[in-house]
Design a protein around this ligand. Structure first.
Ligand SMILES: Cc1cc2nc3c(=O)[nH]c(=O)nc-3n(C[C@H](O)[C@H](O)[C@H](O)COP(=O)(O)OP(=O)(O)OC[C@H]3O[C@@H](n4cnc5c(N)ncnc54)[C@H](O)[C@@H]3O)c2cc1C
Length: 393
Protein backbone atom coordinates (compact mmCIF):
# COMPACT_ATOMS: atom_id res chain seq x y z
CA UNK A 1 0.00 0.00 0.00
CA UNK A 2 1.18 3.49 -0.81
CA UNK A 3 2.61 5.62 2.00
CA UNK A 4 0.30 8.44 3.11
CA UNK A 5 1.43 11.92 4.08
CA UNK A 6 -0.79 13.75 6.55
CA UNK A 7 -1.10 17.46 7.31
CA UNK A 8 -1.73 18.95 10.75
CA UNK A 9 -5.50 18.98 10.12
CA UNK A 10 -5.45 15.22 9.48
CA UNK A 11 -5.89 15.43 5.68
CA UNK A 12 -3.79 12.99 3.68
CA UNK A 13 -2.27 12.53 0.26
CA UNK A 14 -0.28 9.56 -1.01
CA UNK A 15 3.42 9.60 -1.85
CA UNK A 16 2.35 9.11 -5.52
CA UNK A 17 0.08 12.19 -5.33
CA UNK A 18 3.05 14.15 -4.01
CA UNK A 19 5.31 12.97 -6.81
CA UNK A 20 2.69 13.76 -9.48
CA UNK A 21 2.31 17.26 -8.14
CA UNK A 22 6.07 17.82 -8.02
CA UNK A 23 6.37 16.52 -11.59
CA UNK A 24 3.61 18.89 -12.75
CA UNK A 25 5.31 21.86 -11.08
CA UNK A 26 8.69 20.88 -12.53
CA UNK A 27 7.21 20.56 -16.05
CA UNK A 28 5.60 23.98 -15.73
CA UNK A 29 8.88 25.52 -14.56
CA UNK A 30 10.77 23.95 -17.46
CA UNK A 31 8.19 24.93 -20.09
CA UNK A 32 6.93 28.31 -18.95
CA UNK A 33 9.37 29.86 -16.51
CA UNK A 34 13.04 28.89 -16.90
CA UNK A 35 13.73 30.72 -20.17
CA UNK A 36 11.94 33.90 -19.07
CA UNK A 37 13.63 34.40 -15.70
CA UNK A 38 16.48 36.66 -16.82
CA UNK A 39 14.13 38.98 -18.72
CA UNK A 40 11.55 39.21 -15.93
CA UNK A 41 14.09 39.50 -13.13
CA UNK A 42 16.28 42.13 -14.78
CA UNK A 43 13.22 44.11 -15.90
CA UNK A 44 11.58 43.76 -12.46
CA UNK A 45 8.44 42.67 -14.32
CA UNK A 46 5.49 41.19 -12.43
CA UNK A 47 4.79 37.74 -13.95
CA UNK A 48 1.03 38.02 -14.54
CA UNK A 49 0.84 35.06 -16.90
CA UNK A 50 2.81 32.82 -14.54
CA UNK A 51 0.43 33.81 -11.73
CA UNK A 52 -2.49 32.57 -13.85
CA UNK A 53 -0.62 29.29 -14.39
CA UNK A 54 0.10 29.04 -10.66
CA UNK A 55 -3.65 29.38 -10.04
CA UNK A 56 -4.28 26.43 -12.38
CA UNK A 57 -1.68 24.34 -10.55
CA UNK A 58 -3.52 25.07 -7.30
CA UNK A 59 -0.49 26.69 -5.67
CA UNK A 60 -2.51 29.50 -4.04
CA UNK A 61 -4.43 26.84 -2.12
CA UNK A 62 -1.50 24.48 -1.54
CA UNK A 63 -1.78 24.34 2.27
CA UNK A 64 -5.42 25.43 2.59
CA UNK A 65 -7.74 22.64 3.78
CA UNK A 66 -9.60 20.55 1.21
CA UNK A 67 -12.95 21.52 2.82
CA UNK A 68 -12.20 25.10 1.83
CA UNK A 69 -11.16 24.35 -1.74
CA UNK A 70 -7.42 23.98 -1.16
CA UNK A 71 -5.09 21.05 -1.81
CA UNK A 72 -4.57 20.47 1.94
CA UNK A 73 -0.93 19.56 1.42
CA UNK A 74 1.28 18.63 4.33
CA UNK A 75 3.99 21.21 5.05
CA UNK A 76 6.57 18.63 3.95
CA UNK A 77 5.12 18.41 0.43
CA UNK A 78 4.62 22.13 0.30
CA UNK A 79 8.27 22.74 1.25
CA UNK A 80 9.39 20.50 -1.63
CA UNK A 81 7.30 22.58 -4.06
CA UNK A 82 8.78 25.80 -2.68
CA UNK A 83 12.27 24.37 -3.11
CA UNK A 84 11.83 23.36 -6.77
CA UNK A 85 10.22 26.71 -7.62
CA UNK A 86 13.05 28.59 -5.87
CA UNK A 87 15.67 26.59 -7.74
CA UNK A 88 14.33 28.25 -10.90
CA UNK A 89 13.14 31.67 -9.68
CA UNK A 90 12.84 32.36 -5.95
CA UNK A 91 10.65 35.45 -6.48
CA UNK A 92 7.78 33.30 -7.73
CA UNK A 93 7.58 31.43 -4.44
CA UNK A 94 7.03 34.73 -2.61
CA UNK A 95 3.83 35.31 -4.56
CA UNK A 96 2.16 32.28 -3.00
CA UNK A 97 4.23 31.90 0.22
CA UNK A 98 3.22 35.18 1.86
CA UNK A 99 -0.34 34.62 0.66
CA UNK A 100 -0.43 31.20 2.35
CA UNK A 101 0.87 32.59 5.64
CA UNK A 102 -2.11 34.97 5.62
CA UNK A 103 -4.35 31.97 4.83
CA UNK A 104 -2.75 29.91 7.62
CA UNK A 105 -3.55 32.65 10.15
CA UNK A 106 -7.22 32.64 9.04
CA UNK A 107 -7.44 28.84 8.95
CA UNK A 108 -5.81 28.29 12.35
CA UNK A 109 -7.39 31.15 14.27
CA UNK A 110 -10.40 32.44 12.27
CA UNK A 111 -14.06 31.74 13.01
CA UNK A 112 -15.91 29.24 10.81
CA UNK A 113 -17.70 32.17 9.08
CA UNK A 114 -14.35 33.83 8.33
CA UNK A 115 -12.92 30.60 6.96
CA UNK A 116 -15.96 30.02 4.73
CA UNK A 117 -15.89 33.63 3.51
CA UNK A 118 -12.17 33.84 2.72
CA UNK A 119 -10.37 30.52 2.34
CA UNK A 120 -12.13 29.42 -0.89
CA UNK A 121 -11.26 32.77 -2.51
CA UNK A 122 -7.67 32.52 -1.26
CA UNK A 123 -7.44 28.92 -2.53
CA UNK A 124 -8.30 29.78 -6.14
CA UNK A 125 -5.99 32.80 -6.09
CA UNK A 126 -8.93 35.07 -6.94
CA UNK A 127 -8.10 37.01 -3.77
CA UNK A 128 -4.38 37.07 -3.05
CA UNK A 129 -2.37 38.85 -0.42
CA UNK A 130 0.15 38.75 2.33
CA UNK A 131 0.99 39.49 5.90
CA UNK A 132 1.29 43.18 6.81
CA UNK A 133 3.36 43.41 9.98
CA UNK A 134 6.44 45.56 9.43
CA UNK A 135 6.29 49.35 9.90
CA UNK A 136 8.83 52.06 9.15
CA UNK A 137 9.91 52.12 12.81
CA UNK A 138 9.92 48.38 13.52
CA UNK A 139 10.25 44.93 12.02
CA UNK A 140 11.80 42.65 14.62
CA UNK A 141 10.12 44.39 17.56
CA UNK A 142 6.56 43.96 16.27
CA UNK A 143 5.07 44.82 19.64
CA UNK A 144 6.20 48.41 18.96
CA UNK A 145 3.84 48.83 15.96
CA UNK A 146 1.94 52.11 15.82
CA UNK A 147 -0.84 51.31 13.32
CA UNK A 148 -3.94 51.87 15.40
CA UNK A 149 -7.45 50.38 15.16
CA UNK A 150 -10.25 52.09 17.10
CA UNK A 151 -13.71 50.54 17.47
CA UNK A 152 -16.51 52.70 15.98
CA UNK A 153 -19.93 51.03 16.00
CA UNK A 154 -19.81 47.89 13.85
CA UNK A 155 -16.44 48.85 12.38
CA UNK A 156 -12.87 49.52 13.40
CA UNK A 157 -11.17 52.62 11.97
CA UNK A 158 -7.51 52.04 11.15
CA UNK A 159 -4.69 54.58 10.70
CA UNK A 160 -1.01 53.89 10.11
CA UNK A 161 1.65 52.78 7.63
CA UNK A 162 3.05 49.35 6.84
CA UNK A 163 6.20 48.82 4.83
CA UNK A 164 8.01 46.08 2.90
CA UNK A 165 4.75 44.27 2.27
CA UNK A 166 5.19 41.54 -0.34
CA UNK A 167 2.26 41.38 -2.82
CA UNK A 168 1.19 44.77 -1.48
CA UNK A 169 0.42 46.15 -4.94
CA UNK A 170 -0.86 43.12 -6.85
CA UNK A 171 -2.63 41.53 -3.87
CA UNK A 172 -6.16 42.51 -2.84
CA UNK A 173 -6.02 41.67 0.83
CA UNK A 174 -3.65 41.50 3.81
CA UNK A 175 -3.64 40.04 7.28
CA UNK A 176 -3.05 43.32 9.09
CA UNK A 177 -1.42 43.57 12.52
CA UNK A 178 -2.60 46.61 14.48
CA UNK A 179 -2.67 48.02 17.99
CA UNK A 180 -6.12 47.94 19.56
CA UNK A 181 -4.84 48.85 23.02
CA UNK A 182 -1.59 50.86 23.04
CA UNK A 183 -1.49 50.88 26.85
CA UNK A 184 -1.74 47.09 27.31
CA UNK A 185 0.97 45.30 29.28
CA UNK A 186 2.56 43.06 28.21
CA UNK A 187 2.56 44.97 24.92
CA UNK A 188 1.56 42.00 22.74
CA UNK A 189 -1.84 41.88 24.48
CA UNK A 190 -2.66 45.19 22.80
CA UNK A 191 -2.29 43.77 19.27
CA UNK A 192 -4.97 42.36 16.96
CA UNK A 193 -4.99 40.81 13.49
CA UNK A 194 -7.54 41.80 10.83
CA UNK A 195 -8.40 40.50 7.38
CA UNK A 196 -8.15 43.77 5.46
CA UNK A 197 -9.37 43.94 1.86
CA UNK A 198 -8.42 46.89 -0.28
CA UNK A 199 -10.99 49.68 -0.30
CA UNK A 200 -11.41 53.35 0.57
CA UNK A 201 -8.71 54.44 3.03
CA UNK A 202 -6.34 51.54 2.14
CA UNK A 203 -3.84 52.62 -0.51
CA UNK A 204 -0.37 51.83 -1.81
CA UNK A 205 2.11 54.50 -0.70
CA UNK A 206 4.91 53.45 -3.05
CA UNK A 207 6.63 50.50 -4.64
CA UNK A 208 9.98 49.78 -2.95
CA UNK A 209 13.10 49.27 -5.07
CA UNK A 210 15.38 46.48 -3.90
CA UNK A 211 18.62 44.57 -4.48
CA UNK A 212 17.02 41.28 -5.47
CA UNK A 213 13.66 39.49 -5.14
CA UNK A 214 12.68 41.19 -8.39
CA UNK A 215 9.37 40.77 -10.18
CA UNK A 216 7.35 40.47 -6.98
CA UNK A 217 6.05 43.75 -5.60
CA UNK A 218 7.19 45.05 -2.20
CA UNK A 219 5.21 48.06 -1.08
CA UNK A 220 4.47 50.62 1.53
CA UNK A 221 0.78 50.52 2.46
CA UNK A 222 -1.08 53.48 3.93
CA UNK A 223 -4.21 53.23 6.08
CA UNK A 224 -6.02 56.54 6.37
CA UNK A 225 -9.31 56.25 8.29
CA UNK A 226 -9.70 52.82 6.71
CA UNK A 227 -12.94 51.22 7.98
CA UNK A 228 -12.99 47.48 8.43
CA UNK A 229 -16.08 45.63 9.71
CA UNK A 230 -15.59 44.24 13.22
CA UNK A 231 -16.32 40.73 11.96
CA UNK A 232 -12.99 40.76 10.07
CA UNK A 233 -11.08 40.65 13.35
CA UNK A 234 -9.49 37.18 13.15
CA UNK A 235 -11.13 34.87 15.66
CA UNK A 236 -13.22 37.90 16.78
CA UNK A 237 -10.56 38.12 19.45
CA UNK A 238 -8.98 41.44 20.42
CA UNK A 239 -5.49 41.27 21.92
CA UNK A 240 -4.48 37.98 20.26
CA UNK A 241 -2.83 39.42 17.13
CA UNK A 242 0.74 38.64 18.11
CA UNK A 243 -0.13 35.00 18.91
CA UNK A 244 -2.00 34.65 15.60
CA UNK A 245 0.96 36.05 13.68
CA UNK A 246 3.48 33.80 15.42
CA UNK A 247 1.33 30.75 14.54
CA UNK A 248 1.36 31.76 10.86
CA UNK A 249 5.08 32.45 10.95
CA UNK A 250 5.94 28.85 11.84
CA UNK A 251 4.83 27.90 8.33
CA UNK A 252 6.46 31.10 7.06
CA UNK A 253 9.85 30.09 8.39
CA UNK A 254 9.58 26.64 6.85
CA UNK A 255 8.75 28.49 3.58
CA UNK A 256 11.80 30.69 3.77
CA UNK A 257 14.03 27.77 4.72
CA UNK A 258 12.73 25.84 1.68
CA UNK A 259 13.48 28.87 -0.51
CA UNK A 260 17.00 28.86 0.92
CA UNK A 261 17.38 25.18 -0.03
CA UNK A 262 16.23 26.07 -3.56
CA UNK A 263 18.84 28.81 -3.98
CA UNK A 264 21.58 26.66 -2.40
CA UNK A 265 20.70 23.77 -4.74
CA UNK A 266 20.62 26.00 -7.82
CA UNK A 267 24.05 27.41 -6.96
CA UNK A 268 25.44 23.90 -6.43
CA UNK A 269 24.00 22.63 -9.74
CA UNK A 270 25.38 25.55 -11.73
CA UNK A 271 28.79 25.31 -10.04
CA UNK A 272 29.00 21.53 -10.56
CA UNK A 273 28.19 21.90 -14.26
CA UNK A 274 30.40 24.92 -14.94
CA UNK A 275 33.41 23.48 -13.13
CA UNK A 276 33.40 20.51 -15.53
CA UNK A 277 33.52 22.64 -18.69
CA UNK A 278 35.80 25.51 -17.66
CA UNK A 279 39.45 24.58 -18.06
CA UNK A 280 42.59 26.11 -16.55
CA UNK A 281 46.14 24.71 -16.58
CA UNK A 282 45.05 22.09 -19.07
CA UNK A 283 42.23 20.51 -17.07
CA UNK A 284 38.63 21.21 -15.98
CA UNK A 285 38.63 23.34 -12.84
CA UNK A 286 36.66 20.62 -10.98
CA UNK A 287 39.90 18.66 -10.96
CA UNK A 288 41.61 21.33 -8.84
CA UNK A 289 41.34 20.54 -5.15
CA UNK A 290 40.57 24.19 -4.30
CA UNK A 291 37.35 23.86 -6.34
CA UNK A 292 36.58 20.37 -5.03
CA UNK A 293 36.58 21.53 -1.40
CA UNK A 294 34.12 24.27 -2.35
CA UNK A 295 31.81 21.78 -4.10
CA UNK A 296 32.07 19.38 -1.18
CA UNK A 297 31.03 22.06 1.31
CA UNK A 298 28.25 23.31 -0.95
CA UNK A 299 26.74 19.83 -1.42
CA UNK A 300 26.91 19.15 2.33
CA UNK A 301 25.11 22.42 3.08
CA UNK A 302 22.35 21.51 0.60
CA UNK A 303 21.81 18.10 2.15
CA UNK A 304 21.87 19.35 5.75
CA UNK A 305 19.48 22.21 4.91
CA UNK A 306 17.04 19.88 3.19
CA UNK A 307 17.01 17.51 6.17
CA UNK A 308 16.43 20.37 8.62
CA UNK A 309 13.50 21.60 6.50
CA UNK A 310 12.02 18.09 6.34
CA UNK A 311 12.31 17.75 10.10
CA UNK A 312 10.68 21.14 10.77
CA UNK A 313 7.87 20.39 8.31
CA UNK A 314 7.25 16.95 9.85
CA UNK A 315 7.04 18.53 13.32
CA UNK A 316 4.58 21.13 11.98
CA UNK A 317 2.50 18.43 10.28
CA UNK A 318 2.24 16.51 13.55
CA UNK A 319 0.66 19.62 15.05
CA UNK A 320 3.52 20.10 17.50
CA UNK A 321 5.14 23.37 18.45
CA UNK A 322 8.01 23.82 16.01
CA UNK A 323 9.55 27.26 16.51
CA UNK A 324 12.91 25.68 17.38
CA UNK A 325 12.88 23.28 14.41
CA UNK A 326 11.62 25.92 11.97
CA UNK A 327 14.15 28.41 13.37
CA UNK A 328 17.05 25.97 12.89
CA UNK A 329 15.93 25.17 9.34
CA UNK A 330 15.49 28.84 8.47
CA UNK A 331 18.83 29.84 10.01
CA UNK A 332 20.90 27.09 8.44
CA UNK A 333 19.24 26.97 5.02
CA UNK A 334 19.36 30.74 4.52
CA UNK A 335 23.02 31.00 5.53
CA UNK A 336 23.70 28.03 3.23
CA UNK A 337 21.99 29.84 0.35
CA UNK A 338 24.19 32.88 0.95
CA UNK A 339 27.40 30.84 1.21
CA UNK A 340 26.59 28.67 -1.80
CA UNK A 341 25.68 31.74 -3.89
CA UNK A 342 29.03 33.32 -3.03
CA UNK A 343 31.01 30.16 -3.74
CA UNK A 344 29.12 29.62 -7.00
CA UNK A 345 30.10 33.14 -8.06
CA UNK A 346 33.77 32.51 -7.20
CA UNK A 347 33.76 29.24 -9.15
CA UNK A 348 32.33 31.08 -12.19
CA UNK A 349 35.00 33.78 -12.01
CA UNK A 350 34.01 36.81 -14.10
CA UNK A 351 31.01 34.98 -15.58
CA UNK A 352 29.55 34.81 -12.09
CA UNK A 353 29.48 38.60 -12.11
CA UNK A 354 27.77 38.71 -15.51
CA UNK A 355 24.08 39.44 -15.98
CA UNK A 356 23.98 36.81 -18.72
CA UNK A 357 24.09 34.05 -16.08
CA UNK A 358 21.78 33.22 -13.19
CA UNK A 359 24.59 33.22 -10.63
CA UNK A 360 24.51 36.94 -9.84
CA UNK A 361 20.77 36.63 -9.09
CA UNK A 362 21.35 33.94 -6.46
CA UNK A 363 23.85 36.34 -4.90
CA UNK A 364 21.27 39.16 -4.83
CA UNK A 365 18.35 36.95 -3.70
CA UNK A 366 20.03 34.93 -0.95
CA UNK A 367 20.47 37.69 1.71
CA UNK A 368 16.71 38.22 1.89
CA UNK A 369 16.37 34.69 3.28
CA UNK A 370 18.53 35.78 6.24
CA UNK A 371 16.30 38.83 6.93
CA UNK A 372 12.69 37.84 6.13
CA UNK A 373 10.30 36.05 8.52
CA UNK A 374 12.46 37.00 11.50
CA UNK A 375 16.16 37.77 11.07
CA UNK A 376 18.75 35.06 11.67
CA UNK A 377 19.96 36.95 14.74
CA UNK A 378 16.46 36.41 16.19
CA UNK A 379 16.34 32.77 15.07
CA UNK A 380 19.44 32.05 17.16
CA UNK A 381 17.75 33.63 20.18
CA UNK A 382 14.51 31.67 19.58
CA UNK A 383 16.46 28.41 19.30
CA UNK A 384 18.40 29.11 22.48
CA UNK A 385 15.24 30.01 24.43
CA UNK A 386 13.53 26.81 23.34
CA UNK A 387 16.61 24.79 24.14
CA UNK A 388 16.54 26.08 27.70
CA UNK A 389 12.75 25.68 28.03
CA UNK A 390 12.87 22.08 26.81
CA UNK A 391 15.86 21.15 28.97
CA UNK A 392 15.23 22.57 32.45
CA UNK A 393 17.72 21.66 35.16
C1 LIG B 1 12.16 42.06 0.30
C2 LIG B 1 11.47 42.08 1.64
C3 LIG B 1 10.20 41.57 1.76
C4 LIG B 1 9.53 41.64 2.98
N1 LIG B 1 8.22 41.21 3.07
C5 LIG B 1 7.52 41.46 4.19
C6 LIG B 1 6.12 41.19 4.26
O1 LIG B 1 5.51 40.67 3.33
N2 LIG B 1 5.44 41.53 5.40
C7 LIG B 1 6.07 42.11 6.46
O2 LIG B 1 5.39 42.40 7.43
N3 LIG B 1 7.40 42.38 6.44
C8 LIG B 1 8.14 42.07 5.34
N4 LIG B 1 9.49 42.37 5.29
C9 LIG B 1 10.12 42.97 6.45
C10 LIG B 1 11.00 42.00 7.24
O3 LIG B 1 10.19 41.04 7.87
C11 LIG B 1 11.81 42.84 8.22
O4 LIG B 1 12.74 43.56 7.46
C12 LIG B 1 12.53 41.97 9.24
O5 LIG B 1 11.62 41.42 10.15
C13 LIG B 1 13.57 42.79 10.04
O6 LIG B 1 13.03 43.98 10.52
P1 LIG B 1 13.77 45.39 10.29
O7 LIG B 1 14.13 45.46 8.85
O8 LIG B 1 12.89 46.44 10.84
O9 LIG B 1 15.10 45.28 11.11
P2 LIG B 1 15.30 45.69 12.65
O10 LIG B 1 14.24 45.05 13.47
O11 LIG B 1 15.45 47.15 12.76
O12 LIG B 1 16.68 44.98 12.98
C14 LIG B 1 17.94 45.55 12.59
C15 LIG B 1 19.06 44.60 13.02
O13 LIG B 1 19.05 44.44 14.45
C16 LIG B 1 18.93 43.06 14.79
N5 LIG B 1 18.11 42.94 15.99
C17 LIG B 1 16.92 43.56 16.23
N6 LIG B 1 16.47 43.24 17.44
C18 LIG B 1 17.38 42.39 18.00
C19 LIG B 1 17.47 41.70 19.25
N7 LIG B 1 16.52 41.80 20.17
N8 LIG B 1 18.56 40.91 19.46
C20 LIG B 1 19.50 40.78 18.51
N9 LIG B 1 19.48 41.41 17.31
C21 LIG B 1 18.42 42.21 17.06
C22 LIG B 1 18.27 42.41 13.59
O14 LIG B 1 18.53 41.02 13.53
C23 LIG B 1 18.91 43.18 12.44
O15 LIG B 1 20.19 42.64 12.20
C24 LIG B 1 10.19 42.22 4.10
C25 LIG B 1 11.52 42.69 3.98
C26 LIG B 1 12.15 42.62 2.77
C27 LIG B 1 13.56 43.16 2.66
Amino acid sequence: MSETLTNRAGESITREDEQQLLDAVQKWLDREVRDKVLEFDHGDIYPHEMVEQMKELGLFGATIGQDYGGLGLPAGTYAKIVTVVSEVWMSLSGIFNSHLIMAAAVERFGTEDQKRAYLPRFATGELRGALALTEPNCGTDLQAIRTRAVRDGDDYVINGTKTWISNGIEGGCVALLVKTDPEAQPRHKGTSLFIAEKGPGFSVGRKLEKLGYKGIDSAELVFDDYRVPADRLIGLEEGAGFRHVMGGLELGRINVAARGVGIANAALKDATAYSQVRETMGKPICQHQAIQTKLGDMATRCEASRLLVENAAATYDRGERCDMEAGMAKLFASESALENATECMRIHGAYGYSKEFHVERYYRDAPLMCIGEGTNEMQRIIIARQLIERNPV
